[in-house]
Write a protein that binds this ligand. Sequence first.
Ligand SMILES: [Zn+2]
Length: 406
Amino acid sequence: MTLSVGYAQSVITPSLERPVFLAGFGRNRRAASVHDDLYARALALRAHDVAVIVVAADLIGLARHEIQTIERVVQEQAPAAQLIVAATHTHHGPDTLGLWGPDAMTRGVDAHYVAQLQQTLATTALQAYQQLQPVSLRIASTQVTGIARNARNPAITDEELSCLQFVDVETRRPLATLLVYPCHPEVLWDDNPHISSDYLCSMRRTVEYSTGAPCMGMVGALGGMMTPAMPGNRFEDAERMGVILGEAALTALAETAPQNVDAIDYRRHLFATPLTNPLFQMAMQAGLLTGQLNADGSLTTEASLLSIGDAAIFFMPGEVLPQLGLAYKTTLRAAGARHAVLIGLANDELGYILPAEEFVYPDNPFEPGDHYEESMSVGVEIGSALTAALDALLHNHHAIRRIEHE
Ligand SMILES: [Zn+2]
């Protein structure tokens, strides 16, 4: 038996009949209109008894406990399937974490929207799972330079676009394309009040026009601080960036022959890491951030690894800085992967994930200066913990095949 893939998508744009607080820059940014719809795009993969559904959601991020709720619903209907929900981290969508409400003490999250969202994500994942059909796979990695920069440390950038395209086994007609690029979707800046997926919109559309098949976009190690380097912050700049990425993907994929994939491997690793950032502790006490800490003040999160064809895809629970991300790619290649793919904000959003040696908590986290990322990170230990998680996944220590929900 060979690899089968299914695809489905749903619009998750919030209704503007209720106030929508945009997430990602400052507080109290109210959405004025919808420029382009937000989506949940789901890709189900199955080979033999391994089944994984990857959902990309045009949102700032989702906390792990909420994704676990969705996975439970999915597994009621598809017990064999495991779920990955990764946010695209758009900064022009609704607050789904809680930090961007009207004032410092009020969540920006609309509970009614989130309840609907959870249902839609579960339904979309299951729809993808019902569409499974045998595929071959094209994988390409290509450098796309000049459109993104590292604002924290300009010397270290990751500009690799990872492309996976699933094609019909017989006709080789594309069925779905998955693109991953490590850059914040924030060409449009903090004065933009219109809902949008930023550069992802035209990136997906460019590929879809050319292939006649759906395209989903995800983000890699975009932390600290991979940001667009376009000439302006207008919609035409966001659109241009997406077109550049989409065309680069089409070119790279056109030069790549499809491979048959007989098996996939998927492993998850749960781990605990201390929550030491006083800002996050306060936000939890104030009820802005949700979730449960362990008795010792740590939080439990997860990372996972999908091996498919000659690619290894590492799913990471937040915004990994490129210096760590590049090291992870080297590790994956050393372990035998021809294509090393990183997907961030997957099954959790813990904020920035920095290398410990670079972590300096600012004296005043409200005025963090050059250490903004530290003020939006769970703490100094998360980088080493994630590195250890990748090691455990590669060497199969304490890795698990699936999470049993109570
Ligand atoms: Zn960010």
